[in-house]
Design a protein around this ligand. Structure first.
Ligand SMILES: C[S@@+](CC[C@H](N)C(=O)[O-])C[C@H]1O[C@@H](n2cnc3c(N)ncnc32)[C@H](O)[C@@H]1O
Length: 208
């Protein structure tokens, strides 16, 4: 579960506008993925949706979207944007680590910069397991996570994960279809490196 300190830290960043991840547009990696993705349905779950750019893009593309956050202020901003753009999204203040998210099973899960902030292998395993529990059979997760091969050129920059850390957390619950090095769609120059991971929920539970 996100600690009170973590929630307050993110809350302060949204209050002060210290949100370098918030590019004001949907991430091109999501946009490109959806051009060719073969999903079993259009029920989407976004974890850690921030101010909603990607959730809004999904809704505009015919998805029935549930989008969660631990910071109510981020969701206020997201709701305002969604209303302005005339799209309906089920925004919820929920922590997937410990709370069930209504609406499961989902066909598609998306996270940009949420999974990567978990520091320990146990937390990352838990995140992947909890996410799998919210997907239907063979549901797909697109994860954009900081990549440890990136240069640390933006002060602290996004948290960075190794390929090994990604695989160790995800593989027990998902078949990894793609793990590719790329770039966040970012206003920073140069944009931070990321992992683009596409994973399909295993049909028969965790891999032994
Ligand atoms: C780096 S920001 C990215 C926000 C958004 N995905 C974007 O790309 O603009 C990570 C977000 O995840 C949220 N977050 C962290 N842990 C979470 C959790 N367990 N459940 C939901 N949101 C979480 C934080 O509050 C923060 O808004």
């Amino acid at each position: 579960m996100a600690t009170k300190e973590e929630i307050e830290r993110y809350q302060r960043r949204y209050e002060t506008g210290d949100t370098p991840w918030d590019s004001g547009r949907p991430d091109k990696n999501l946009v490109n993925f959806l051009k060719t993705a073969q999903l079993s349905g259009k029920k989407a779950l976004e974890i850690g949706c921030g101010t909603g750019e990607n959730a809004i893009f999904l809704a505009q593309n015919g998805f029935d979207v549930t989008a969660t956050e631990i910071v109510p202020l981020a969701l206020d901003k997201a709701r305002e944007k969604a209303e302005k753009q005339g799209v309906s999204i089920n925004f919820l203040v929920k922590d997937i680590m410990d709370e069930d998210i209504p609406g499961k099973p989902f066909d598609f899960a998306f996270d940009r910069g949420c999974f990567h902030h978990y520091k320990t292998p146990e937390e990352r395993l838990k995140f992947a397991r909890r996410l799998a529990q919210h997907l239907g059979d063979r549901g797909i997760w697109l994860c954009l996570a900081g990549n440890s091969d990136g240069e640390k050129v933006h002060g602290q920059g996004p948290p960075k994960r190794t390929a090994q850390e990604m695989v160790a957390a995800v593989e027990p619950f998902f078949e990894i279809l793609l793990l590719k090095s790329g770039e966040f769609d970012s206003n920073m120059t140069p944009p931070p490196r990321c992992w683009i991971m596409v994973a399909r929920k295993r049909k028969s539970g965790p891999q032994k």
